[in-house]
Design a protein around this ligand. Structure first.
Ligand SMILES: Nc1ncnc2c1ncn2[C@@H]1O[C@H](COP(=O)(O)OP(=O)(O)OP(=O)(O)O)[C@@H](O)[C@H]1O
Length: 250
């Protein structure tokens, strides 16, 4: 059953930001969250991660309202990597990844072989094995993103929420990161701006517009010229080849 938003509303200070969003994760694979600036993608991810409480509706984890769960139990289940997540710069890569472990450890438990193994596994999954001793401050932008993902993976989440993880990355690092997503050992929800990348790398796409979820399904079902015009306000031509598609904008 996994993670879902059910008729979720959020109106901080009375201003409606999320207006009745119902979003269910697909049974497996990567769900892409797309939508114009300000449509509510980051807000939805933060509410689904339990960092904010909705003002109506619910976020459910395995059918249970997240609001009634302990923070620690939520953190054992899912992890969020926010946009431009910052980290104290004096740490090594291994120390940064180890910051993901507290939800998995007893309050007073010493650092264990299991913790060490989880950190090593997270580094390997994120393609950063052998880099544990490197100072965080010396990493490239793409490496920083990978280490933030490794830190989230060290929580051993079943659901991983990523908010625009390709921000600031050059095209090679964007593609490397997107190719990594199906291999992270978690269900992934990823907010993306590039519709072609979303179509190519996501099993399903969910489209936000003005605080509402206006479409969800396989990329070829969801992305058409009419939706792109209505939601993003641009003209597009969809070129289909087999199961894939390419969007040309004009
Ligand atoms: N704490 C808050 N209080 C009031 N308004 C907020 C708050 N957080 C976000 N907003 C507003 O909610 C709207 C949606 O913001 P959000 O960051 O969720 O959009 P987004 O789709 O992620 O945008 P982008 O693509 O630009 O990152 C914006 O108008 C934003 O200014």
């Amino acid at each position: 059953m996994s993670l879902s938003a059910e008729d979720l509303h959020w109106a901080p200070g009375g201003v409606p930001i999320l207006r009745g969003v119902t979003l269910r994760l697909p049974g497996r694979g990567v769900l892409g969250l797309v939508g114009p600036n300000g449509s509510g993608k980051s807000s939805l991810l933060r509410l689904m991660a339990g960092l904010r409480r909705g003002t109506g509706g619910a976020v459910l984890l395995d059918g249970q309202p997240m609001a009634r769960m302990r923070r620690r139990d939520v953190a054992r289940r899912l992890a969020l990597v926010e946009q431009d997540a910052a980290t104290a710069s004096a740490l090594s890569v291994r120390e940064v990844v180890a910051l993901g472990r507290p939800p998995r450890r007893g309050a007073w438990a010493p650092w264990s072989a299991a913790d060490e193994a989880a950190v090593a596994a997270a580094l390997a999954r994120a393609g950063m094995q052998g880099r544990g001793d490197q100072p965080w401050a010396t990493l490239s932008g793409g490496e920083c993103q990978r280490v933030q993902i490794a830190r989230a993976l060290a929580q051993e989440p079943r659901e991983l929420l990523l908010d625009e993880p390709t921000n600031h990355l050059d095209i090679r690092h964007q593609l490397e990161l997107l190719r990594l997503l199906p291999h992270l050992g978690a269900r992934v929800v990823v907010a993306l701006h590039d519709l072609n990348q979303a179509a190519a790398f996501c099993d399903e796409i969910a489209v936000m517009q003005d605080g509402r979820l206006v479409a969800q399904g396989r990329p070829a079902q969801v992305l058409d010229a009419g939706l792109i015009r209505d939601v993003f306000g641009v003209e597009a031509r969809i070129e289909r080849s087999g199961a894939g598609l390419r969007i040309a904008f004009f």
